[in-house]
Design a protein around this ligand. Structure first.
Ligand code: GLU
Length: 300
């Protein structure tokens, strides 16, 4: 790969279990996009969520990716070692008046929401009702939240390279979101934005389950005054029950003994025609050429 192209992409697995077919699809898409742009491809281990991290899973994921021919161009970044960077960004947001402490429990938030909020069925979660925006009402602080704008300023629009134009009203669909959790852990939204900015990521390619987080991340980028990368969200892989493949829905580990079989299936999921399978390298050359045709013309 030629780093001079300026393109920097990444695959950012959470080490909550072994790599499964759904995560292979995201890894492959980000890898092909980087190759199609003659860019740099990186791996970041998203172990920011201490309680969900499974010991040894990150090493296993890195090993599996290696067997599939995917290697990070630079040593992988581990979120668990990035505490100082998150703290610095958090303090910047505090100093700029974006952050407030929240004393609500999950239960209190759920109880205070009216039925009216449930009409946004697309969003699995309900908007935070703003209870502690103007003070804790005598409660002790638990989490720290990012204040989202009111009115039209809360409507965020971006173009996804696969999914097209996206719009989200941060105020009514999300609400002030958590940056630092009640258990002291950094929220994914903050960590991902700080990490992508520090790694100078120009293109984010990942599963469409994260489409719903993108507006929050773009908003954070603006508040932290860092660039917004291009986004491409690939369709998620679902099981027979229509649930996203994950450890929780019973996804099994990939068979690393036959990488080409799984790679071909992943490519098919991404809408590529059957790829050459003489070797891993011929597979990647063919898949990259197909991807480039689809996603690098007209400046996308
Ligand atoms: N760690 C996240 C996941 O495994 C991906 C985050 C991202 O790509 O932005 O779902």
């Amino acid at each position: 790969m030629n780093p001079e192209s300026g393109y920097r992409g990444r695959f950012a697995p959470s080490p909550t279990g072994p790599l499964h077919f759904g995560s292979l699809v995201s890894a492959l898409a980000s890898f092909l996009d980087a190759r199609a742009h003659r860019g740099t491809w990186l791996i970041r281990i998203e172990d920011v969520d201490g309680p969900r991290t499974v010991p040894g899973a990150a090493e296993e994921i890195l090993d599996t990716l290696g067997r599939f021919g995917m290697h990070s161009a630079e040593p992988p970044v581990w979120q668990s070692q990035r505490e100082t960077a998150y703290q610095t960004a958090f303090e910047q947001l505090v100093a700029d008046g974006f952050v407030f402490p929240c004393g609500c429990t999950r239960r209190e938030i759920a109880d205070s929401l009216t039925i009216g909020h449930t009409r946004h069925a697309r969003h699995a979660r309900l908007a935070y009702p703003g209870t502690c925006r103007d003070g804790l009402h005598g409660k002790p602080p638990r989490a720290w939240r990012m204040r989202v704008p009111d009115g039209d300023a809360a409507i965020l629009t971006f173009e996804d390279r696969w999914q097209g134009m996206q719009t989200q009203d941060l105020a009514s669909e999300v609400g002030d979101f958590v940056l630092k959790r009640a258990d002291g852990e950094w929220a994914y939204q903050l960590a991902v934005v700080v990490d992508d900015a520090d790694a100078r990521i120009t293109h984010i390619v990942r599963g469409a389950d994260l489409l719903d987080s993108t507006a929050r991340q773009i908003y954070l980028q603006r508040c932290l005054d860092v660039p917004t990368p291009a986004y491409l969200h690939v369709p998620v892989v679902v099981n027979e029950q229509g649930e996203k493949l994950s450890k929780q829905t019973g996804a099994t580990a990939l068979d690393t003994g036959t990488p080409l079989v799984a790679l071909m299936q992943a490519a098919q999921h991404l809408g590529l025609h059957p790829c050459a399978t003489g070797s891993i390298e011929t597979f990647y050359s063919d898949a990259t050429a197909q991807w480039a045709k689809r996603f690098t013309s007209s400046g996308r």
